[in-house]
Design a protein around this ligand. Structure first.
Ligand SMILES: [Zn+2]
Length: 406
């Protein structure tokens, strides 16, 4: 009975996602909001829609294959079977081996779809920047990184819960938060693994950025340019670090393709986040949502029947992690919707700050460009926005910015 319910819960989770995607695709055919009609011209928009339709079809087929495989894995007790293969090994070796095997299964299922997506669909629309060598290297790198992260996480859970029992709920939350804070602090050094950062050349742009920093009393250690154009046509800009050690990072695409006032407008938006202390203000939400995950883990780890139903002799940490995502999906949809709602509120505030500083129209121009570069959806379904969007839609942002300007 438990087994049937959990498999049903998994199918419902995937079906819910498919319904949202279907609604979003159906919505594309509707009338565009008038303030974003000029982002793509008619030709470009038609092309964009057929690109979206092809992508949608591929991801639907991929999802169906995933559901079939996953239902088979669960129904046939494959997880317990894999652990049984390494019964005599040290418990960490056992987990590592199974994580790597499961990783191979999911990678092999995903390869045909991402290959088709990159070399057939993206190639057709002239967007593919990848070579076959980069593609295969990314597959291998992705597989290895995912296996290592998953292994470290499972080991952490195992150590905490075996040593401290239910106290691990509090300790685990604290450890995850500390890791999150450290990652925020060292994001640039971490990104150096994939990208090159060089100091922004002296000149007008640098002078104006430094003047903005002075005006808003934000201490910045350095301004760096990231070589994002090696991978993508998209651009980004961000602040990292705390206090006096803040670093500004600009993508080379932004420096190359955007007018100076547009770049300054993007920064005025970032200063808005800093002024309103958004990083600090989202901390209580992060604490609560992490705590909820650990409470769920604590509960799931105390019900041995959940594991014996799938052929295990007792509790299994890797399986527990998976059970949580299957059992608590309605809860995580609610938590994500709340988090995204808070994030959208912060984005409106940062936009309003930039608009009040006189960068409204420049920010609108920059946002339109950014959206076009990223082949963004300018007409998403409201339910999709409510559940998934960390930023308001382009149209919503433009309307709000123009209201500030009046
Ligand atoms: Zn923002």
């Amino acid at each position: 009975m438990i087994k049937v319910l959990i498999i049903l819960s998994y199918i419902l989770m995937k079906a819910f996602g498919a319904v949202i995607e279907y609604l979003n695709h159906a919505h594309l055919k509707g009338e565009l909001p008038s303030n974003v009609k000029d982002v793509y011209n008619e030709e470009e928009y038609k092309k964009w829609m057929s690109y979206e339709a092809e992508n949608g079809k591929i991801s639907l087929i991929q999802n169906i294959v995933q559901v079939i495989v996953m239902v088979l894995l669960l129904a046939l007790d494959v997880y317990a079977g894999l652990f049984g293969l390494f019964e005599d090994a040290n418990v960490y070796i056992q987990y590592l081996a199974v994580i790597m095997l499961i990783g191979i299964i999911s990678t092999v299922i995903a390869i045909p779809f991402s290959y088709y997506d990159t070399f057939v669909i993206e190639e057709k629309y002239g967007m593919n920047k990848s070579t076959k060598k980069t593609f295969w290297l990314d597959v291998i790198k992705g597989y290895l990184i995912e296996s290592v992260i998953s292994f470290l996480l499972i080991s952490l859970l195992m150590i905490l819960f075996e040593r401290f029992g239910n106290l691990a709920i509090i300790l685990g939350t604290a450890v995850i938060l500390v890791i999150m804070l450290i990652v925020m602090l060292i994001i640039v050094p971490l990104m150096r693994i994939f990208n090159k950062f060089t100091p922004l050349e002296d000149g007008e742009l640098k002078d104006k950025l430094l003047k903005l920093c002075e005006k808003y009393d934000v201490k910045v250690q350095k301004i760096l340019v990231r070589d994002a154009s090696r991978r993508t046509t998209k651009s980004n800009a961000f602040f990292s670090g705390y206090g006096k050690h803040k670093v500004i990072s600009l993508d080379d695409n932004l420096v190359k393709n955007f007018a100076e006032d547009e770049i300054l407008a993007v920064f005025a938006h970032e200063f808005g986040h800093a002024k309103h202390k958004h990083t600090l203000k989202t901390l209580p939400f992060s604490v609560c949502s992490t705590l909820i995950v650990f409470i769920a883990l604590g509960i799931v780890l105390n019900i041995p029947a959940l594991y014996t139903a799938f052929g295990f002799n007792g509790v299994n940490y890797l399986f527990a992690e998976m059970l949580i995502s299957i059992i608590t999906w309605p809860v995580s949809i609610v938590i994500n919707a709340i988090g995204n709602g808070l994030s959208r509120k912060n984005e409106y505030q940062a936009d309003a700050f930039a608009a009040k500083e006189g960068y409204g129209e420049n920010l609108i121009d920059a946002l339109k460009k950014l959206n076009k570069e990223a082949l963004g959806d300018i007409n998403p379904h409201p339910l999709k926005v409510f559940l998934d969007y960390s930023h308001p839609t382009l149209s919503q942002r433009i309307t709000a910015i123009r209201k500030e300007n009046i």
